[in-house]
Design a protein around this ligand. Structure first.
Ligand code: PLP
Length: 401
């Protein structure tokens, strides 16, 4: 396909699609392992993985075959019936997460909605009041639907959209006193990403999470962990909270959960499961359908077969080391942040030109805010991919700093 043809496709897209994204000027066509190809056949090393989604890389044969087999059986049943893939996925996710009850959704934002509704209902059952407050963190990101937006700590995302449905107060990540100052007898939940993603690859400290757990337990407030981006092995443990053993009352999961099939989930302890949502309180047409759950099962099969979480634990230090050395080589890089395969380089300037330059040279990256480059590659990333990435990145930084 000629360059012109790709340009024509992009122009058509810009006429038809609602302009909610400033897209890179590339029409992607297919993927293979760690690599993507555009419609012209140009090859890219992918360190974005569809925003922390394609944990298995592209074209995992066993995963693809499991999906094809499920398509030939049944795609959808509705939640008025049981289906075997969902029964298996529920049991396996409970075990993988160390939680007791699960509800499947179609996206991350919907998982956050469900987590918030569960916390509200739990508080309602305790005191009969129909409205409660939630404490969320500044710079957090929990999704674009109204409930999830309410707890998203970026005022620009909320300002045009009227009254938010939840009454939310914002505290500072890793500042327990700022949370304590906001607690009152209407507080029903604290929601936090164990590692902030969109907000800048900022890990919550062990002390902060432990302090939150103690505070919430003492005050009868529910602790919600949003593991949508940092979960599913990305930080070197199945879920980021597993590193510290600080268990939430409710948690969310999505992104890598389906590895490309749109699916999310919220999970909770048995105690909250017994005292929150009941029949009639919550539902979804597609959530937990056999196709989506076959994807989850195939993903979990591959996590086991490839020992992916251990692979991240063992390989990610090489990414840390590589990014640390890039930081020392260039004055315009001010900080490295994050853990595992969820890291960021902070620049003293806008990273747009660096990312565009890297793309021209066959490397796909994503930003997190204006001046941070985010590294969220597939969990199958090997050292040689990190070296290949670093070489292109060094060139792109050198050309733009
Ligand atoms: C991506 C993300 C969401 C929203 O998920 P969607 O599937 O885009 O709705 C929520 N929370 C976190 C931490 C995320 O990274």
């Amino acid at each position: 396909m000629s360059e012109n043809k790709m340009q024509t496709m992009i122009e058509q897209a810009e006429r038809d699609l609602l302009h909610t994204y400033n897209r890179y000027q590339i029409v992607l066509d297919r993927g293979e392992g760690m690599y993507l190809f555009d419609v012209n056949g140009k090859k890219y090393l992918d360190f974005m993985s569809g925003i922390a989604v394609f944990a298995l890389g592209y074209g995992n044969e066993a995963y693809n075959n499991a999906l094809k087999a499920q398509i030939d059986k049944i795609l959808h049943t509705s939640n008025y019936f049981y289906n075997e893939p969902a029964i298996n996925a529920a049991a396996r996710m409970k075990k993988a997460a160390g939680m007791d009850r699960i509800f499947f959704t179609n996206s991350g934002a919907e998982a956050v909605e469900g987590a918030l509704k569960s916390a509200m209902k739990h508080a309602f059952l305790k005191d009969g009041r129909s409205s409660h407050q939630v404490i969320a963190m500044e710079n957090s990101f929990h999704g674009r639907t109204y409930g999830a937006l309410s707890v998203t700590g970026n005022p620009h995302y909320r300002e045009a959209f009227g009254q938010m449905p939840c009454d939310v107060k914002f505290a500072r990540l890793n500042d327990l006193e700022s949370v304590k100052a906001l607690v009152n007898d209407e507080t029903c939940a604290v929601i936090v990403e164990p590692v902030q993603g969109e907000g800048g690859l900022m890990p919550a400290s062990e002390d902060f999470l432990r302090g939150l757990r103690e505070l919430c337990t003492e005050k009868g407030i529910l602790l919600i962990f949003d593991e949508i981006q940092c979960g599913m092995g990305r930080t070197g443990s199945m879920f980021a909270w597993h590193r510290f053993g600080i268990r939430p009352d409710i948690m969310t999961c999505a992104k890598a959960l389906g590895c490309g099939v749109p699916v999310g989930a919220f999970l909770m302890t048995e105690e909250i499961g017994q005292s929150s949502l009941v029949a009639g309180d919550h539902g979804t047409t597609y959530g937990g359908n056999p196709f989506a759950c076959a994807a989850i099962n195939a993903v979990l099969d591959q996590y086991e077969a490839l020992d992916l979480v251990r692979h991240v634990y063992e390989t990610a230090p090489y990414l840390t080391q590589t990014l640390d050395s890039i930081k020392t080589e260039f004055d315009c890089v001010t900080e490295r942040r994050g853990i595992g395969f969820m890291q960021g380089l902070v620049f003293d300037r806008s990273v747009g030109p660096i990312i565009t330059d890297a793309m021209d040279h066959g490397l796909i990256l994503i930003n997190a805010g204006a001046n941070i480059i985010r590294f969220v590659p597939a969990l199958i990333t090997e050292k040689e991919h990190i070296d290949e990435m670093a070489e292109i990145l060094r060139g792109a930084i050198a050309g733009n700093c």
